[in-house]
Design a protein around this ligand. Sequence first.
Ligand SMILES: [Zn+2]
Length: 745
Amino acid sequence: MKKTYRLINGMIASLLLATSAFAGDAALEKKFDGLIDPAEMNGWLETMAAEPNHVGAPHNKANAEMTLKQFQDWGWDARIETFRALYPTPIKVSFDLLGDNGFSATLTESPIEGDAPTFTDKALPAYLGYQGDGDVTAPVVYVNYGMPDDYETLKRMGVDVKGKIVIARYGAGWRGLKPKLAQEHGAVGCIIYSDPHEDGYAVDDFYPKGASRPPQGVQRGSVMDMPTYPGDPLTPGRGATEKAKRLSRKDAKTLLKIPAIPMSYGDARKILAAMGGQVAPEGFRGSLGETYHIGDDGAAKAHLVVQSDWSLKPVYNVVATMRGAEFPDEWILRGNHRDGWVMGASDPLSGHIAMMGEAKAIGALVRDGWKPKRTIVYLSWDAEEPGLIGSTEYAETHEDELVAKALLYINSDGNGRGFLNVAGSHSLQHFANEIAVDVDDPQTDGSVDQRARAQLMIAAAAKGADGDAKKLGALAANPSSDLPIDALGSGSDYTAFLQHLGMAALHVGYYGEGDDNGVYHSLYDDFAHHNKFVDPGSAYGGALARTIGRMVLRIADAELPPVRYGDFASTVSDYLDEVKALADDRRARADAQAAANEAGAFARAHDPKKPYGAPTVLKPVPHVNFAPLEDAVDHLKKSAAAYDAALAEKGPALAADKKRRLFALAREAEQALKIREGLPGRPWFRNSIYAPGTLTGYGVKTLPGVREAIEQERFADADKYSALTAAAINSYAAKLDSAVKLMND
Ligand SMILES: [Zn+2]
């Protein structure tokens, strides 16, 4: 799925001195680096990406078996764990524009001369997993990105999509929200197309000349309602084992009820050209070379059919274990998915081969006599693309054992080229910084940390740099300040571990230079494209292996937990400030709107020749009771400072049993952030600090119970979740207090 990019806004790091609290065994890591071979990894990439790898494809199963065999050859105790999940596959997909300019959409992607794998006949057609099936005929209406603000604009323009097929362009929000919002507004079908403005010829020459999306390129993807819960739609909260109790399909909350398909801009432009009615407002215009219309004249009428096979399909995870010599019941989890929408060279195999490189190197170290103290578990996930299914079912099946044993989960997904990006639990921020200092950059002489800092310093020096960019630039300029890590929403396999089980998690990748956006989830995301335009020779695949491998080695042998709680405390404190400012801004806006309404300003100020209605009335914003959260954050700051100081002063000399207890407390502290009843309307999501937004899909909402309650005008929930989140933070802080007491006793 989609990687996350460095979020510049809302991140303010604490100015803490970077000390080598979590340094590793330099000789061991040097040896490990020497065992990472990007050329060999690139060979695996070519083999694994030779044919389509969607769930159920024979080649995806062959890749599972190849991964299993290699892990075993490298000395791991490995097996395949199989689940059975609801996974629809297309039986019939068709779209016809009716009338004089009528045509039938292609819905397949043509091969590229000289790029052999694209000549496959095994690729899925243009298809969206978990759309609702149907056979509908209706006029087509253009809804821009199909996000809430777009429907607000359309409403003010007097456009209703009830009974219509909507056509939305990709971008501005997660794919799955587009048909969901269309359905909520009464549409009977949904098309999502890739406008060249986002990832086509407006960005670069298109493939094969350049990296961008060709006219016939289609972005497949899942439209399962993952912000409600990911994984098998029929087994929320429990593993999709053979005998699992299952919901019936009609009771599964994450399935759409209207048909939806993705489309190329080659086809979509013909639909847009046939549409009349009002001219699309400025923010609605893409890069197709014609005037964009809304289609509210009903001129473009279409027939859309989608029919799927809704049977259960097998999901093959490869689980490989290297048992710890001293603490076999303390686990480090590391995973990457293996399934793609088509070949999946960039997404996900470029990350998967890094994981394989690490596993081979770890195997060689063990053969040479290294004995990791803790147990290392490597996980090759299946069925991530349709809805994080492999990882979610694993986490749900093994919940009790995982919460009792696993210290953290480290994830990667498709990997690019350029700059290190780490996101995840802020207690691990300093640890991530220490790792980055020790990893050599493949393209420049220096570390990946220096390269990341260089980019931030340049951004801060740019004309018009905003306050956050300047703040980050100042941190980057001072090598003794850590760089902040981003918070995690969703979009890859860390979700079940971080947000359902409440484990610490990290997501790691290199991005910013190679370009795979234009082939994302298409036939053209293959080895030739990746090797030419994204990461030639898998050089940054090697860097990813050296980065995550180092994390795994260090935690496997660490004497003390690799956490620094001051970073987490200051980050949560910043989140609280943001949420308070959000409530104030929202209140001011509601007041301004009420005054404008009272004065009849909307009617008076608008161009009478272009009717545009008044906006949806904002509810007045009451004062939210932030006091419990303010008290909890104060408690957290004090506890974190006391812990960090005690650990630095007393940690190294502690008795072995006390050191072990600190690891257990670190694990329990993260889990204390879970809210038992979960987030409003979606109990599967239990983390009180980090969640994907219900209206962002992948994008993170921090302090989600409170933040989304304010954004969505559920003000009673804002007070309720201020208290529940405060209770979670207080119990986290209480774990740190126990640890301090343990160290001081
Ligand atoms: Zn992926």
